[in-house]
Design a protein around this ligand. Structure first.
Ligand SMILES: [Zn+2]
Length: 187
């Protein structure tokens, strides 16, 4: 079966607080790469004319826009990280730039959320392709690959979060009232 593979680079910051003594509890960043492998839901032979698996420019453009505009330079935090409340209190206009995950935003968690998001985009577009494998390269020598259904590996309590929605969201925080956001921005 054919696979279509897209790669995109992004920069990110996160911190991991489940082990408070770990050095990853200090916010820090990585330049990462996300590699998605897509396959047709119903594979067919090449038609002998156009000989393409599926038109994927639209799917790819949407995915890359999401990575560039939303994932790139987002700050990844676990849902119970007190830094979320810090932003709520002091810089609520930046809450939309927090990528929030159920538990620590590890590379494994990011891979599962991104794979679910890409599949939400593909399904919403009526696309015949699905992401069957997604790799996040945290560094040139460390990578996590997820194959299969991200719903099977996300924590049971995770439910339907932003990663299941075909929109630009990267968290499920309550939206900031516009008036408050402007007031803080003017300070
Ligand atoms: Zn890290």
């Amino acid at each position: 079966m054919f696979s279509l593979i897209f790669t995109r680079r992004f920069s990110m910051a996160h911190r991991l607080i489940a082990d408070p003594a770990g050095k990853c509890a200090i916010p820090h960043g990585h330049n990462e790469q996300v590699i998605a492998r897509l396959q047709p839901v119903a594979p067919q032979r090449l038609d002998g004319r156009a000989n393409m698996v599926a038109p994927f420019e639209q799917a790819k453009a949407r995915w890359h826009r999401f990575v560039d505009d939303r994932v790139d330079h987002a700050f990844q935090l676990g849902e119970s990280d007190p830094m979320i409340n810090w932003f709520r209190a002091h810089e609520p206009q930046r809450l939309g730039r927090l990528l929030v995950t159920p538990g620590d935003p590890t590379t494994e968690m990011l891979a599962a959320c991104l794979m679910a998001k890409l599949n939400a985009f593909l399904a919403a577009d009526g696309n015949d392709l699905r992401c069957v494998e997604l790799t996040v390269e945290e560094t040139p020598t460390n990578a996590v690959t997820l194959a299969g259904d991200p719903a099977d590996v996300l924590p049971a309590r995770a439910g339907a979060g932003w990663w299941r929605r075909a929109d630009d969201s990267i968290n499920d925080l309550d939206p900031v009232p516009v008036a408050l956001s402007l007031a803080v921005a003017r300070r």
